[in-house]
Write a protein of this length. Sequence first.
Length: 346
Amino acid sequence: MFMDAHSEVGYNWLPPLLEPIKLHYRTVTCPFIDVIDCDTFAFRAQDEGARGSFDWKFHYKRLPLLNNTGAEPFESPIMAGGYFAISKRWFDELGRYDDQLMIWGAEQYELSFKLWQCHGRMIDIPCSRIAHIYRCKYAPFEDPGIGNFLERNYKRVAETWMDEYKEYLYLRLPRLRNVDPGDLTKQRKVRQRLKCNGFDWFMKNVMFDQPKHYPLVEPPDVMSGRIKNKRTGRCIDVQNAGLQPELTTSQCKDYLKRQEFVLSWRSEIFQRLGENCLDSMNHGLRGTVHLFACHGGGGNQNWTYSLNTTMHLQMTASNLCLDTDNTGRLFLNTCHLVDSQQWFWS
């Protein structure tokens, strides 16, 4: 059983993880991961089920359930990585983790790809609940002084398991082409020894709806540039970029890259410099709009822009419009034809 240290298990969490492995040793099981609030230590459900996936920059993402399974286990293509159970026999046959992956990152893809491609399966178990406490503030690890280990990890996994599909990763991350992944002989022997399927098989049989949510080639953006408010003449801006980014408005400046935003084909508004989207945890009236990691699941990150009519930016989940005041705060409000709710993309 692999489990992050900063966790708290629910009642009777272990038996539901073990039973499927007992029935077939090539099954890997994952619990549902709940959230512990870092301020109050209160528990809440993250969601009630989604299948693990990734985008073509190797960010972990979620796919919708294929059916409403209730309490029944369901297959998932990609594990989150922090919590899973696996038989020692199967773990050994798979060659365990790639021991040349450094520090952290990409190990969940490496293990997920090979267990599926090499004739195993992975299921999520709704009856097993483990809660995870997340940091209140982002605290980056110190630089270990070994270069960009994450890109090296990505390259090792891509070159070993992804076949021609690695090109879609390199399309988004072209610098990976020049990264030295190190010796891959040991990992390729595992694939050969177990007579594993190719990545095309994985895409067509396990993650068959991935291209619908994360296309191999991205459709063009809808809008991009600075977002200027009609009333204040100020642009949406990001303060404390990289630590705990906060949305505000400030004087529009062409040279400020942090003021550049994109309205994507999937109706997300994200900062071009990063991977964060406009979101609102409290998407009710006067709810603050902030930046949150783009998840690709719509919901509070789904926006429409009325270019030729009201110039509103409207959150589809609440039907409320983006508004601002003289302090620069961004919030949701009932939609009206007022200057503070009219936004221009430059």
